[in-house]
Ligand binder design. Structure first.
Ligand code: FES
Length: 554
């Protein structure tokens, strides 16, 4: 009576909840997360579907993480969203859940939560913005910002032009419409089988996104009926599919961290090196920014993710199960491609096989580092240069415009103490703009190395996710300005050309930075966060606890 009476206080009559499966709709809507601000309308469409199929939908908020406003980085809070959503899904009397996400961290955070609970779950991402339009050309969110910032620094653009361009870039609801992290993770959710076909690509304002949301609402009721839980969908085969699809779409390096974290929740045996070995025979098929020319709206009209997955043919596990109740192969077998300049064929790809994310190792990154080859400059993939070291992005920014900075096109710029413990939260600071002195000389790229991350919309020859990070005492902390560093991407190596005994002496003299916080979430996070090579989850959150609260009294 207690439960029923308070549900009736919302105006529900007993007929709408008696005997019906209760479907939670976890929404990351917030005006502080502009990419997710339309999710309350998406939720209304989901509810229509749930009602149609005989379920009882109840919408509830989960922490919204907006890349553009949260400081020091939304990544500091991905695990907090995952923890909050996990407990909300478990503690409330739900039979299944629909996950509404959009901006970068909301998609992996909700998938991690659903994985640890294990109730039937289906995702509906919010979709990309319409293409940006500036001075008669298409402009991509994120990617254009990096270029315009460089143009402003180099004097090629005025502040007034930049202010006007802002409004041309982000002109509708939705997440970034380049193949940045949000588009990548939406595609990963679809490739994993956790959202309906075409969900990743319908623009946020397209009526078909709302139709898809309605179908997801119908579908979750069936999934509850059939006990179709995330562990039956997100198997090792599904992760292999996602990794290969990520290579084919030129997806973000952030997918490496998020997929490792989701797999860790499910107990799926996935390792950093899988991301290198699995992509060696996968070409990039998609001609999308930041690696290519087009944007998500073009990808949608060209056929969407099912067209890419169909094109990949035998490179995918076609028997992997999805939320449709059918396999990947059944879902995509008839998917047409309408524009071959956007989605290129497997035998004439946009970039050849093995140009995706490479995993590097060496004495500078004993536990690994990654580089997005398709966003790098080919002439820098084998490079030897002298280190120019900064202990924070801020320290670099203070001198980046200095004409006397001792830097040239062969320098290797190191930005460190940006890892999960260091900053904290592992911000997207790796792709710092080039020194103004080099930009003015027309230099477009130099090698950069960082224990932080890079925005999926960014480009450049940037080595990321160095593990262990400097703040954990990794060798990156021991580099001095002037040391020689050798990067050899074809050989998958990253080395610091300093003798071992000298490195041992530096290590003995090294002192860790004081912790960034002594209480609260940031303290908990830095005490328990794991390194990038295993997905940056908190050590006590890996694995799953199931859907029951507390101990079974029997
Ligand atoms: Fe939200 Fe790019 S800022 S997706």
């Amino acid at each position: 009576m207690n439960h029923r009476a308070w549900m009736r206080s919302q105006g529900f009559t007993p007929e709408v909840f008696d005997g019906r499966p209760v479907i939670g709709i976890a929404t990351t809507w917030s005006e502080l997360a502009p990419c997710n601000v339309h999710l309350h309308r998406v939720a209304e469409s989901v509810k229509k579907g749930v009602w149609q199929a005989g379920g009882f939908p109840l919408e509830f908020p989960a922490m919204a993480l907006g890349e553009t406003l949260l400081r020091p980085t939304a990544m500091l809070y991905r695990n907090l969203l995952a923890m909050e959503a996990e407990e909300l899904i478990r503690a409330n009397p739900l039979d299944g859940v629909v996950l509404l996400s959009g901006c970068d961290k909301t998609t992996p955070g909700l998938l991690m939560a659903a994985s640890s609970v294990g109730l039937p779950a289906i995702m509906v991402t919010g979709g990309p913005m319409l293409n940006g339009k500036y001075q008669g050309t298409d402009v991509g969110s994120g990617t254009a910002v990096w270029r315009w910032e460089e143009d402003l620094l180099a004097g090629r653009m005025t502040e007034a032009e930049c202010a006007f361009a802002e409004g041309c870039m982000a002109r509708s609801n939705g997440h970034c419409m380049t193949m940045g992290t949000a588009s990548t993770m939406a595609s990963m959710a679809e490739a994993l089988g956790m959202q309906l076909p075409y969900s990743a690509t319908w623009p946020a304002v397209d009526a078909r996104r709302y139709e898809t949301a309605q179908r997801a609402g119908q579908r979750i009721v069936d999934m509850v009926e059939n006990d179709l839980t995330p562990d039956k969908i997100m198997t090792r085969d599904a992760f292999e599919n996602a990794i290969r699809v990520n290579a084919a779409i030129g997806g973000s390096t952030n997918a490496v961290i998020h997929l490792l974290a989701i797999a860790g929740r499910l107990g799926v045996d996935l390792a950093l090196d899988d991301f290198d070995t699995l992509i060696r025979d996968v070409p990039t098929l998609l001609n999308l920014q930041p690696s290519g020319k087009y944007l998500m709206e073009d990808f949608c009209y060209a056929g969407g993710l099912p067209a890419v997955m169909r094109e990949l043919g035998g490179l995918l596990h076609r028997e992997a199960l999805t939320v449709t109740g059918a396999t990947v192969g059944e879902n995509v077998k008839d998917a047409p491609t309408w524009n071959r300049d956007v989605i290129m064929p497997l035998d004439q790809p946009f970039q050849g096989a093995g140009t995706g994310t490479a995993v590097l190792r060496g004495n500078l990154a004993p536990n690994g580092a990654v580089i997005k080859q398709s966003a790098a400059s080919p002439h820098l993939l084998k490079h030897r240069g002298r280190a120019l070291v900064f202990d924070s992005p801020e320290a670099y920014h203070q001198v980046a415009a200095d004409e006397d900075l001792d830097v040239d096109e062969d320098s290797v710029l190191i930005i460190r103490y940006c890892g999960p413990k260091g900053y904290p939260g592992m911000p997207e600071t790796a792709n710092v703009p080039l020194p103004a002195k080099l930009l003015k000389r027309g230099v477009k790229d130099i090698v950069r190395i960082c224990d932080g991350r890079m925005s999926g919309t960014a480009y450049g020859t940037v080595v990321l996710h160095v593990a262990p990070e400097a703040a954990a005492g990794g060798p990156l902390a021991l580099v001095k300005t002037g040391d020689w560093i050798t990067l050899d991407v074809p050989a998958r190596t990253l080395s610091l050309d300093v003798p071992d005994d000298e490195l041992a002496a530096r290590k003995a003299a090294w002192t860790p930075l004081p912790p960034p916080a002594t209480r609260g979430w940031t303290w908990l996070y830095t005490e328990h966060v794991q390194q990038a090579d295993t997905g940056c989850d908190l050590d006590f959150l890996t694995g799953k606890s199931g859907a029951q609260v507390g101990r079974d009294p029997h």
